[in-house]
Design a protein around this ligand. Structure first.
Ligand SMILES: [Zn+2]
Ligand SMILES: [Zn+2]
Length: 380
């Protein structure tokens, strides 16, 4: 099974970012032998996302300059090729999803179970660390999650964005049963958020986006209702627009202020200021708003609405303990279907095309891109 995989000691392939929109193939030395609690994995599938795109197009991570060159990739699955002497429950040949961030385990945040906030976090393709777009990748063995037989390696690579969605809907939104949920933004994370809401028994899942095509996809996937965002009128302020937009949504979808048809949870995966404002106008009293999309530093929010209606407004950053396990379980139990999201798959050699497809939002085939994947690197 593992014979075609790069082995410890092999020279390996990697895709490096050299500068803005400049990817280069490289042959390099593989990782040093694993420490007692580490494992070496041969990454098989890598998914691309918005943060990869941001780095690809700007060579910047957030506002910080990353030191190029470095290897991209943080949404990966793989096969274990070596484990450290003290590793238990993980063996060579295991198919795994990789959690790409390692907390220090010693700081206040790690100790209270919020390792996503660890100041010493080492995250793949960030924090000066190489990512998973390479032949071998070394990481702590406890960040390798075994995939059940009925979950493929392709699906395994999607556990990273799914973990973001699972965390947002469960730990942050505390989704009540039979909830009515509005999700702004029907990109991959928005769609996964809708999928988790559905898996956990949401009553209505309303998708809002500016692109009708994305919404049609959302409806065919898991959304119960869709709404193409209203256009801004000439001279209309964002504040006036947002209030009117919320009214349009209410009227068109029969949303009420109170009771069965009111909105319990809004999750914003769009990062657009007007969506954040609209979301708050839509919520019922005591409703919960969760910010998943990463957007501008400052926005204008209807604070009196937040106060008067006692809204809960929460942030959301990556994921924490137990989230990967639950993400994998939801897929394994058939409650979430990841397959429809993979619209484009590219061979390792064609990684540049994968980035270009993600950038364009559609492939050379003209098909809308949701999730774009890059296949396994060759051994030699
Ligand atoms: Zn990602
Ligand atoms: Zn820490």
């Amino acid at each position: 099974m593992t014979t075609n995989l790069p082995q410890p000691g092999d020279e390996i392939h990697a895709w490096k970012l050299m500068g803005i929109e400049r990817l280069e193939r490289e042959r390099r030395k593989g990782p040093s032998p694993p420490g007692p609690y580490e494992a070496i994995v041969a990454p098989q599938w890598n998914g691309l996302c918005g943060s990869d795109m941001h780095i690809y197009l700007t060579a910047l991570l957030g506002e910080e300059k990353m030191k190029v060159p470095f290897v991209l990739g943080h949404e990966a699955s793989g096969i274990v090729v070596e484990v450290g002497s003290e590793v238990r429950g993980l063996t060579v040949g295991d198919r795994v999803a990789l959690e790409p961030g390692e907390g220090c385990g010693r700081c206040e945040d790690c100790k209270r179970g919020s390792y996503n906030h660890c100041d010493e976090m080492r995250f793949a393709a960030a924090d000066g660390l190489d990512g998973t777009l390479q032949g071998l990748y070394k990481l702590p063995a406890d960040l390798c999650y075994k995939l059940p037989d009925n979950v493929s390696l392709e699906e395994g690579a999607l556990m990273e964005p799914l973990a973001v969605a699972v965390n947002a809907v469960t730990n942050i939104a505390n989704l009540p049963h039979s909830a009515n949920v509005v999700v702004f933004g029907a990109g991959p994370v928005g769609l996964l958020t809708m999928a988790v809401a559905k898996a956990l028994g949401a009553r209505r899942i309303i998708a809002v986006d500016v692109q009708a095509q994305r919404l049609e996809f959302a409806r065919s996937y898991v959304a119960t209702d869709i709404f193409v965002a209203s256009r801004m009128k000439e001279g209309e302020s964002k504040e006036a627009y947002s209030q009117r937009h919320a009214g349009d949504i209410r009227q068109s979808l029969g949303i009420a202020d109170r009771g069965l048809e009111s909105i319990d949870v809004v999750i914003d995966c769009s990062a657009a200021e007007v969506c954040m404002q609209t979301g708050m106008w839509l919520l019922r009293r005591k409703g919960t708003y969760v910010q998943v999309g990463c957007g501008p530093l400052y926005v204008k929010l209807p604070m009196r609405i937040i106060a008067d209606r006692e809204l809960t407004v929460k942030g959301c950053f990556r994921y924490g303990p137990g989230v990967y396990t639950r993400a994998i379980d939801l897929v394994s139990r058939g409650l979430i279907d990841l397959k429809p999201l993979v619209t484009h798959k590219y061979k390792w050699e064609d990684a540049v095309k994968a980035f270009e497809t993600t950038k364009a939002g559609k492939g050379e085939d003209g098909q809308m891109a949701i999730k774009v994947m890059i296949g396994p690197p060759p051994r030699a």
